[in-house]
Design a protein around this ligand. Structure first.
Ligand SMILES: [Zn+2]
Length: 399
């Protein structure tokens, strides 16, 4: 949700301009502050930022994005396995025969999500790749939409790989993986282009005016992390609700139950109300629910101001509003609301800037002037500041 001021919004941020009466109500009656979710020296990925929000110090527990997603897909990693995020992407190739070779050829990252390809189509393509490219050491596993998994047994993990959403509309030549083991990774990516370009799924997509998933892009690699569960850390039980494998994976390592909500898509058409309903239902048996919404981030990546505003307003109305209402059935409770990181429209990628948060405690209702939930919380004298972002969860759960 967090962003920077926009001329189109009269110098306001999305959060300032959007109608968010429910977040404002929490801010007015609760404790507001700013939290640094990305430690210095770390890339501002959703993996790092959400580990922080979950209360795990990335400096101690972060081993890469893909191992967290592997857990969600149900792939158990052995100690010497290296998991890679395998995006299905759209490359725009001109002047050569293949994506990664040939004189005079140019391959541009046209779409890191291959037009938000459906899960069903993505699965067919990944199964084809597993058929054609897998070996004793390399396997492909289907995930959701454009987000899939490659596991390299006895693999190398010190390869410099670039997230594809950071190189939209750029020539991939300058961003191909580099480092020990890069030859295999580049071979797989090039091999995928030759297989996927002519696949019936892609021919059908092109005929229907959609972007073809004509290549994979491997990145976000790492070995399995070892994290204490919430039961071990805090003595409580949790559940996670998200459309995104990464979030479910962090939840699984935290010992949470993963609750799959029908119609949760990770996009602006997600089932907001269903997520709130499932969260309230889960709280009858769990101590904590981590409810994640991806839509404002995706709108940020596509530079879509209108949809970012809409997703924030929908989040406020159908998630925060329904949660505030539904929590009244419980005697004592707290609500923490925040973005994991900013995805500013003008940059179309994540930043490390601190984000505003609010904690509402129904046993400690603050009575005072109206507080708007937005980035200007950073200017308030009563704002708490968490430089060590992972300690916010400790603060939120303290007795
Ligand atoms: Zn993002």
């Amino acid at each position: 949700m967090a962003d920077r001021p926009h001329a189109e919004l009269g110098g306001k941020t999305c959060l300032q301009a959007a109608k968010t009466p429910n977040l404002d109500q929490l801010a007015t009656m609760g404790q507001v502050g700013m939290v640094h979710t990305v430690p210095d020296g770390f890339p501002p990925g959703s993996d790092v930022a959400n580990l922080t929000v979950f209360g795990y110090d990335p400096r101690k527990y972060y081993t890469g994005r893909s191992p967290l997603e592997a857990a969600s897909i149900g792939v158990e990693l052995e100690p010497n396995d290296v998991a890679f995020r395998c995006n299905l992407v759209t490359l725009r190739v001109t002047g050569g025969k293949s994506a990664a070779g040939g004189k005079g050829r140019r391959a541009v990252m046209e779409d890191f999500s291959a037009g938000h390809i459906t899960t069903q189509e993505g699965r067919l393509l990944i199964e084809e790749l597993d058929d054609k490219l897998s070996t004793d050491h390399v396997r492909f596993y289907p995930g959701v939409s454009y987000r899939h998994l490659m596991v390299w047994k006895g693999g190398k993990d010190k390869i410099d790989c670039t997230p594809p959403h950071d190189i939209q509309d750029k020539d991939i030549q300058d961003y191909l993986p580099r480092g020990e083991g890069d030859d295999l990774i580049n071979e797989l990516m090039e091999g995928s282009f030759n297989i996927l370009s002519n696949h019936p799924v892609n021919k059908g997509r092109v005929e229907n005016g959609k972007r073809p998933a004509n290549s994979i892009w491997l990145w976000g690699q790492g070995r399995r992390p070892s994290m204490p569960t919430f039961r071990e850390k805090y003595g409580i039980e949790g559940a996670v609700i998200s459309a995104v494998d990464l979030l479910k994976g962090i939840g699984l390592y935290a010992g949470f139950e993963v609750i799959n909500v029908p119609g949760a898509t990770g996009w602006i058409d997600t089932n907001y109300a269903g997520k709130a309903e499932h969260a309230l239902w889960a709280l009858k048996t769990k101590d904590l629910v981590y409810l994640h919404v991806e839509a404002p981030d995706e709108a940020g990546h596509t530079g879509d101001l209108k949809n970012k505003m809409k997703s924030i307003e929908d989040f406020d109305e159908f998630i925060v509003g329904n949660i505030i209402h539904g929590m009244k059935q419980f005697d004592e409770y707290r609500i923490l609301a925040l973005p994991d990181h900013p995805t500013p429209i003008e940059l179309r990628t994540h930043t490390s800037d601190p984000v505003p948060f609010v904690i509402y405690d129904n046993m400690k209702v603050r009575k005072g002037d109206f507080v708007s939930y937005d980035e200007r919380i950073s200017e308030r004298k009563d704002a708490l500041v968490f430089k060590e972002g992972h300690t916010l969860m400790d603060y939120f759960l303290k007795k």
